[in-house]
Write a protein that binds this ligand. Structure first.
Ligand SMILES: C[S@@+](CC[C@H](N)C(=O)[O-])C[C@H]1O[C@@H](n2cnc3c(N)ncnc32)[C@H](O)[C@@H]1O
Length: 304
């Protein structure tokens, strides 16, 4: 539900969107170091900072959700947390990016093979370029290549145009985010929970339409941020075109509980009003330590 200082949400012109007053979440964005890092992928737009909100959303649900769907999963931090912490009986994640999909298939089906490749790999500029230029012979090699590129490129960005990390942590260059033991441990943890995690490669919006009325299903929705001409999503992800209105409409017409995140864009403020959703603001620091506002959107009022 939206309020403005002087008029109803329906009357708010895009130019006026800065005047729309949204409640600030009662839960602060958490320092990511305070939350267990479960994903082997370093994901641009990763939602580790939102985990306290996710717990506060899911923990009170009685009965426990049968299925948590994460239709734009990327690094899948929410689905992994829900599976590891028993916040839902099962998790279903989807991703359109074929390379990211290969990683999740390999992690869930060939975890020990992936761990072996990680232990053997020496990340240098030459070995990373070589891997990037060689078509992977099978799913395991493809998933491994995605992991290596994700952890050696600047900001974890896989979209075309991404460059290799130069100096990185401790001046270690491409290897600065390559922690073999940590990656192996995270993959072993995922394998230990893999019976409760399913992954499908495909369109998250279509998946949402499929589960729209599934009893006991909930959805965590973290689409690429491209609404209102914002460029962040298009720079970060190979797949970033999305009909945001159609996503809102799908959720409005479904009966499942959802939590959705967006950055604060005029088009999104309009859609929240149009579909009578609720939203709170969460202030957080981005990777450049600047304060940014993210929106946490839901069907009913939460976190106030
Ligand atoms: C904001 S990121 C998700 C980040 C994730 N929540 C995390 O914490 O790591 C959005 C993801 O949606 C994917 N994507 C874009 N369009 C999609 C679509 N139509 N269906 C499924 N995934 C899509 C992108 O490739 C990207 O990985």
């Amino acid at each position: 539900m939206l309020t403005t200082t002087t008029e109803s949400a329906a009357d708010v012109a895009w130019d006026d969107f800065d005047r729309v007053a949204l409640p600030v979440s009662s839960i602060p964005a958490v320092n990511v170091a305070a939350v267990p890092q479960r994903s082997p992928l370093r994901y641009p737009g990763g939602k580790t900072w939102l985990i306290p909100h996710v717990r506060a959303w899911l923990e009170p649900m009685q009965p426990r959700p049968k299925l948590l769907v994460e239709p734009f999963c990327g690094g899948a931090i929410v689905a992994l947390t829900a599976a590891f912490e028993g916040l839902a009986e099962r998790c279903l994640m989807a991703e359109l990016d074929h390379d990211v999909a290969a990683f999740w298939h390999a992690a869930l089906r060939h975890g020990s093979g992936l761990c072996e490749l990680i232990r053997e790999f020496e990340p240098t500029r030459a070995s990373v370029f070589d891997l990037a230029d060689t078509p992977p012979p099978d799913l395991l090699a493809h998933g491994f290549r995605t992991l290596v590129l994700n952890r050696t490129r600047r900001g974890g960005i896989l979209a075309s145009g991404a460059t290799l990390a130069r100096s990185g942590e401790n001046n270690k260059g491409v290897a600065s985010r390559w922690y073999p033991e940590t990656l192996v441990r995270r993959l072993q943890d995922i394998e230990a929970h893999s019976e409760r995690i399913s992954f499908c490669e495909g369109d998250g919006l279509a998946l949402l339409q499929t589960v729209a009325d599934l009893p006991g299903a909930v959805a965590f929705v973290d689409p690429p941020y491209t609404a209102g001409g914002k460029r962040a999503g298009s720079r970060l992800y190979a797949h970033h075109a999305l009909d945001h209105r159609s996503l809102f409409k799908t959720l409005a017409e479904s009966s499942i509980e959802f939590l959705m995140t967006y950055d604060r864009a005029p088009e999104i403020i309009d859609l929240i009003g149009e579909f009578d959703f609720h939203a709170v603001e969460v202030m957080m620091k981005n990777t450049h330590h600047a304060s940014v506002t993210e929106l946490v959107i839901s069907r009913r009022s939460l976190f106030t």
